[in-house]
Ligand binder design. Sequence first.
Ligand code: MSP
Length: 648
Amino acid sequence: MSDKPTFYITTPIYYPSDNLHIGHAYTTVAADTMARYKKMRGYDAYFLTGSDEHGQKIQRRAAAANMQPKEFVDQIIKSFKELWKILQVENDDFIRTTDAHHEKYAQELFQQIYEQGDIYKSEYEGWYCTSCETFFTELQVGEEHVCPDCGKPAELMKEESYFFRMSKYADRWLKFIEENPDFIQPESRRNEMVNFVKQGLEDLCVSRTTFDWGIKVPFDEKHVIYVWFDALINYISALKKDDNSLYEKFWPADVHLVGKDIIRFHTIIWPIMLMAAGLPLPKHVLGHGWVLLGDGKMSKSKGNVVDPVILCDRYGSDAIRYFQKREMQYGQDCTYSEANLALRINNDLANDYGNLLSRTTGMLEKFQEGLVLAPSAGTDFDADLIQLAKDTPAAFAALMDKMEWANALAELWKLVGKANKYIDDVAPWALNKEGKKEELATVLYNMVEVLRMVTVMVAPVMPSLLPKVWAQLGISERDDLASWESLKWGLFPAGTKINRGEPLFPRIDIDAIKAQMEAAAAEAAQEEAAPAEPEPEIEPLAEECVYDDFAKVDLRVVKVLECIKVPKADKLLQFKLEMGGEERTVLSGIAKFYQPEELVGKKLILVANLAPRKIRGIESKGMLLSAAIGDKLQVIEAPDMPTGSRVC
Ligand code: MSP
């Protein structure tokens, strides 16, 4: 068995229903960078990513695409894997929650927690956002009944469910966080989570019965396991593929890298699941910020400017990876635009790094017939440069170890900047003119050596850069000069003949990009003025029912005598209805769709035998029927029928 230290890093597993954009790619590229860096530092690093394939959202999307859920996800997973390849993501495993070993382990864990009494049966009544696959309380969805996270309409749910006794673990969780202050990073997110738990933890609904695309609860097959409870388990089930050896080697994970939107699942629910199961907790959860898409008008279907495949094709995946790591400050959001990307490429890669390479190789060709000569007599400027080159690996590593990628790259670029300044200070062309051959040889050697060291350090961020630079520097066979251990000054072999090549990062015409962006924005503004009808999502059919069930519902034609808005309730209208001589009051949540006066005099359909319900202190006797899809709603009318007629 290897005695190398281990490092296990994971990304969230992605929903196959979404088009992955440059923001999604951030997490996976960051984890890949970290895994590559750790491997370079001598770790036995294991990097897991995958796909989160169950749940109501996927089932609905598949139904809308007229496909079976598995068939639907299979097709999307292919494009995920292709994207990761294009972005040079080298994951050690790709877990799918539909993998048999995952399903088996998720069921085992559910059963174990149930048997010990931390999962119990009850009934869930509350709100659910299918897009986020998250439960919310009345308070959280507010009067508008929208998801507090994504803003989409939440659905009212009432169904038999199993619950996980989270509340029981709140104190233990708080104690754990107190003892492990760096478990949640950055600190601001830790404080948020601690405040959340201090307000009291509710038990979590962990099974669903109104659809079936999920892992069955092993002891009650009418239920499927709640998709988040299922998904979080992937971090361990992936290690239990064949036998227990990967688990023994890599669990607990060193880092779960996640976007800030899903930090609560990873830092509260997941650790409590593990506490309940008696398993060790991961060491760190890092919640990174979001890549914001400017004014949000760009989409994959419009200018394609957020599609990582197109961006990689246009600028190369090294540049995209560099941009992502350099642009987003630790824990903060950043705004993506193609102009920012182009600016970063021009400044950091074409100007700073690219110029250093082309100036170095150019002068070596011009002054020394392409030969790197051994250093001898030097200049007054050498010592500073060499000292910085010697100090940079430790400074860079300290920031990389803390996953402060933007700062780590800024540190590294100080050395690139220093080397460019060094060239200006020593003016090798003047040394050449003056015939100071020894000094010139030393200066050119120093430039090559800085280039080599910078390229080694940046390799986890831009993996395909190093072989290209090695080819230009004439050291393609020398893998030993690419290791972390080789980051010692003076290892570049004197006598090497270089092969000058094309610039690795051609400059980008930023004005052209800006013009493109303005044209895209103008087009988007025009589209907004005449918005295209979005394809509404069709809800899957409800469970089959027998005629007798339907016959129990008494539907009648009613006439609207009065209709007013309910004060302080944005959604509610209050109706006085007449039905065969009888008058009754009914409330309906359709205020968003109608002005009250529009409805007065109309003949509508009422579920007349529904048990009365008090809403905001007013008793509502029945429910008016409407047809609804997406954002559209229309009441059902029977204009020519006498009131009291039965609808059958
Ligand atoms: N399926 C869940 C994760 C389950 S993990 C047990 C999920 N999937 S997702 O596809 O919606 O998101 C995957 C990752 O992409 C998350 O970390 C999310 O934060 C990240 N991002 C999605 N959009 C993003 C940006 N615009 N910027 C940065 N990261 C973003 O959540």
